[in-house]
Design a protein around this ligand. Structure first.
Ligand SMILES: NC(=O)c1ccc[n+]([C@@H]2O[C@H](COP(=O)([O-])OP(=O)(O)OC[C@H]3O[C@@H](n4cnc5c(N)ncnc54)[C@H](OP(=O)(O)O)[C@@H]3O)[C@@H](O)[C@H]2O)c1
Length: 351
């Protein structure tokens, strides 16, 4: 054998051995401690290894949620290992599978429904993520990959907010923070269910877009008489269900718009605590408040909800709304966009 050929053969064998032995790594946005989103740093993390019932996805797009920010500020019930990788939503291709996984194949493109990903487990602001196979789902072919990445958490949340009271005949649904991820999802799903939809947003431009997306009326909650304007627009009807993403000082006015037996699905509190609230306002109309927690869906319940809501959206030719797409290197700017108040979802291009 010529010496040169032997040398080349030897080198490549050693190289392969080194690759096999050396732990592989990926790029990820790392948070060393829950000290705020401005502490995120781009670094190397070990490649995820799937457990028996897990897969590894190579991520193409991820999406941001306010919960990522809350977790980074220690305001979310999570117990991750530090450094942690944030991110609940993503779309990607299956590149590795555990021995017990039978439901997907290598190369399948999937989204992740609500799960421990980005909460107690490393999340999707990384090149790869391990996720339970039972939390993976496909999405309508008419959606783009970016729309798919944006959808799971907020559409499942909106679905729970709309359906947690049982089968509701078509009525009036009012949505606060309607321009955000959960808000837009609630507007679209409520419209598809046949409800009269009222959207609240502080921005004139976003109110116009919400009307185009399916809201029947849109009001500015910063106007002192918004609740009266809302009542007048309904010709004597009252709000049957309010989906509240905001809380804060406008909550008593929201309660005021509800009719007998009215319900409020409490999703978030972006405007902080409700400063003064008289519980007797709930008595005479027998109003009911109910918390929404998308994480409380079991994997099977989330799959069932996802099937129903994607079918409904397809039937009504609806697509998730992407506000903006940022490169992987620009994750801090993407969080700033989310904080500034997007119209729909903020997405990150990973792949
Ligand atoms: N319970 C659950 O399971 C669950 C699941 C998902 C999300 N959430 C929570 O639900 C809330 C909404 O989530 P999201 O993803 O829709 O948020 P988002 O995309 O950031 O949008 C929320 C919208 O609310 C409005 N807003 C923001 N801050 C406000 C303030 N201080 N006062 C009044 N309006 C304000 C903005 O609309 P305008 O500028 O147009 O007014 C913004 O576009 C968050 O608190 C989130 O953590 C809860």
């Amino acid at each position: 054998m010529p010496i040169g050929a032997f040398g080349i053969h030897c080198e490549s064998a050693l190289f392969r051995l080194a690759i096999l032995w050396y732990p592989k790594s990926m790029q990820a946005w790392l948070l060393d401690q829950p000290n705020g989103i401005d502490q995120l740093r781009l670094g190397d993390a070990p490649d995820p290894v799937p457990g028996p019932d897990e897969v590894v996805l190579e991520i193409e797009f991820a999406a941001l949620n306010p919960a990522d920010q809350y977790l980074a500020q220690k305001q979310y019930p999570a117990r991750p290992r530090w450094p942690h990788i944030l991110g609940r939503d993503a779309v990607g291709r299956v590149i590795a599978m555990g021995s017990d996984v039978k439901t997907v194949s290598i190369g399948d493109r999937c989204v992740i429904l609500r799960s421990a990903v980005g909460v107690d487990q490393p999340g999707t602001l990384a090149q790869k993520v391990a996720a339970a196979a039972e939390s993976l789902a496909s999405y309508p072919e008419s959606w783009t990959v970016q729309q798919a990445a944006a959808a799971p958490l907020v559409y499942l949340t909106a679905w729970q907010a709309l359906t947690q009271w049982g089968n509701m005949p078509p009525g009036v649904v009012a949505i606060t923070g309607a321009s955000g991820g959960v808000g837009v999802a609630s507007v679209q799903l409520a419209r598809a269910m046949g409800h009269t939809v009222i959207a609240l947003s502080r921005s004139q431009e976003k109110r116009q877009k919400l009307l185009l997306l399916g809201a029947h009326h849109a009001f500015d909650p910063n106007q002192p008489d918004w609740a009266n304007q809302l009542k007048q627009s309904l010709d004597g009807r009252k709000v049957d269900l309010a989906i509240d993403n905001i809380g804060g000082p406008q909550f008593p006015d929201l309660i005021n718009t509800l009719g007998n037996g009215g319900r409020v699905s409490i999703v978030g509190r972006l405007a902080g605590v409700v400063p003064q609230f008289n519980t007797s306002t709930l008595l005479f109309r027998r109003l009911r408040l109910g918390g929404v927690m998308v994480g409380s869906y079991s994997a099977a319940e989330a799959q069932n909800a996802w099937k129903q809501l994607t079918a409904l959206m397809q039937q009504h030719q609806q697509q998730p709304l992407v506000d903006s797409i940022f490169d992987f290197a620009q994750v801090p700017a993407a969080f700033a966009r989310m904080e500034a108040g997007p119209m729909g979802k903020v997405v990150v291009r990973v792949g």
